[in-house]
Write a protein that binds this ligand. Structure first.
Ligand SMILES: [Zn+2]
Length: 324
């Protein structure tokens, strides 16, 4: 409900264009189509120049998309994008463990950047935060009732987070639009050659107070009846966990002549898929995250809490023996 005004403003400029959030298992179908793929969608290499043996995901598997595969991504690109997606999962830090909801899969574990603190999900609402190595990052004072735990993310490169989002945007782009975005595909292969598009490497992040178990993505297209070159032709949104990332799809051929062009961003609303059972009041904040830097960084994340010391108990829990 709180995003209705955002949606109304947004729909004056953009139409929904592509939706991808299929939960269907399509491995067989994707493998069949892959046998007939002549060129990689991303790098344009032919079967003579690359291979198409790996199973490739349309949306990253690291985000919880286990079943839905693509058919036109080559193994060379899969390797390149896979490395970048590791940075996307590091950027998400502890949320991949805390917010894991897919019951049939074990939640990914987490290790802090210093390697001193570990985190595992061991039950529906039960998490195990533990000291992995000696150091200053895990301080629990049992007698004083104080805990200070440092769960900083592993080091990641912001630019790779952006490029992972762009890859998914270009992955769901309809084939007929691929020629319009030649430059965007080139940026994806060699971002360093296009420093003048660096100002577009940012995401508008909407943080919400509920968790969605599996990712879904949308492309929005600028309304065809509008002549507003200051608005980008295409916007991409990815919802995962408790976030929605929105980026501009750069490099449309209409803007080619002005590669360093700036755009106005229209904020996309947070969309709920289940209209029968809506949750209102879940949008917590919205902010722009600069993802242009190619320098490695870590995301600070500190737990600090107090607890009563008079009723502390020690419990033995199933599944923990291998950890202790
Ligand atoms: Zn390729």
């Amino acid at each position: 409900m709180e995003d209705r005004p955002v949606a109304e403003a947004f729909r004056q400029y953009y139409d929904p264009y592509v939706y991808q959030g299929s939960l269907d298992e399509n491995l067989k179908e994707a493998r069949r189509l892959k046998r007939d793929t002549t060129h990689c969608r991303f790098c344009k290499r032919s079967r003579e120049e690359t291979t198409f043996k790996e199973n490739t995901h349309l949306l990253s598997k690291l985000l919880g998309n286990y079943n839905y595969y693509s058919h036109d991504e080559c193994d060379t690109c899969n390797k390149l994008f896979g490395k970048r997606e590791n940075d996307l999962s590091r950027f998400l830090g502890t949320t991949r463990t805390f917010d894991h909801l897919v019951n049939e899969r074990i939640a990914p574990g987490f290790e802090s950047s210093s390697g001193q603190v570990g985190l595992k999900k061991i039950g529906p609402e039960v998490f195990y935060v533990y000291k992995k190595r000696d150091g200053e990052d895990f301080k629990v004072d049992i007698n004083g009732g104080q805990a200070e735990i440092n769960l900083d993310s592993q080091v990641y490169t912001p630019e790779n987070v952006y490029l992972s989002l762009l890859k998914m945007a270009l992955g769901i782009l309809p084939e007929k639009n691929i020629p319009d975005y030649e430059l965007a595909f080139k940026i994806l292969q060699n971002p360093e050659i296009y420093p003048r598009t660096q100002h577009l490497r940012k995401a508008c992040i909407t943080e919400i107070g509920m968790i969605i178990a599996r990712p879904y993505a949308q492309l929005y297209r600028r309304r065809q009846d509008l002549n507003m070159p200051e608005l980008p032709q295409m916007l991409f949104c990815l919802s995962v966990g408790r976030f929605m990332f929105q980026i501009i799809v750069p490099g449309h051929r209409a803007d080619d002549a002005d590669i360093g062009k700036s755009f106005d961003l229209r904020v996309a609303p947070y969309i709920q898929l289940n209209l029968k059972e809506t949750h209102d009041g879940i949008v917590e904040r919205r902010f722009i995250e600069d993802l242009s830097s190619a320098e490695p960084v870590t995301k600070e994340n500190k737990l600090h809490f107090s607890f009563g010391t008079d009723k502390l108990v020690s419990v033995k829990m199933d599944g923990l023996t291998d950890l202790l």
